[in-house]
Ligand binder design. Structure first.
Ligand SMILES: [Zn+2]
Length: 150
C-alpha cells in the first residue's frame, strides 16, 4: 500500500518560525530589561521593555501554537481512519507521529470504540413490549407472541 505523505503548507512553517522568533525576542527583551538599564532614571524604559517583551512572548506562544495546528489535525485524521478500518499502515503512521506507547493506547481506544459501534448494530437486543421476551433489536414482530414492534 502506498503511503501518502502530504506536504504541510509553508504558511504553517512560517508561523512556527515567526512564533519561535517572537518567543525568543520576548524572553530576550525581558532579560535585557534587567541588564541594560541600571540607573534609576531609566525606570520607564525598563518597564516599557518588559511590557514589550511580555507582549512578544504571549503573541509568540499564540502564533507558534497556530503553526502546530495541522500536525494535530493530521494526527486526528489518521487516528479516526485507523478506528474505522483498522489499517495497520495507519497505526504505523500514528506510532511514528506520537511514539509507540501512545499507539498502543490508540489501539485500545480503537478497540473500545469499535465495541460500542458493534453493540449499536448486530447482536443488540430489545424486549418485546407485550410479552417481555428478548428479541433482535431490529425485529419487527416478536417471535413468541407475534405482536408488531414499534
Ligand atoms: Zn412478544
Amino acid at each position: 500500500m502506498k503511503k501518502e505523505n502530504p506536504k504541510l503548507p509553508k504558511t504553517y512553517l512560517i508561523l512556527k518560525i515567526i512564533g519561535g522568533l517572537l518567543l525568543a525576542t520576548g524572553i530576550l527583551l525581558f532579560i535585557l530589561s534587567f541588564v541594560i538599564f541600571n540607573q534609576s532614571g531609566e525606570e520607564a524604559s525598563r518597564m516599557g521593555m518588559r511590557f514589550g517583551g511580555t507582549c512578544a512572548f504571549i503573541i509568540g506562544i499564540f502564533i507558534t501554537f497556530c503553526g502546530f495546528i495541522p500536525n494535530v489535525s493530521k494526527l486526528n485524521v489518521k487516528t479516526t481512519k485507523y478506528i474505522m478500518n483498522q489499517n495497520q499502515d495507519d497505526l504505523t503512521d500514528i506510532s511514528t507521529m506520537q511514539g509507540e506507547i501512545s499507539a498502543q493506547g490508540t489501539s485500545k481506544v480503537a478497540q473500545a470504540i469499535k465495541e460500542v459501534f458493534d453493540k449499536d448494530g448486530e447482536g443488540k437486543t430489545k424486549y418485546c413490549k407485550y410479552c417481555g421476551k428478548e428479541i433482535d433489536y431490529d425485529a419487527i414482530y416478536c417471535d413468541r407472541c407475534g405482536k408488531k414492534q414499534e
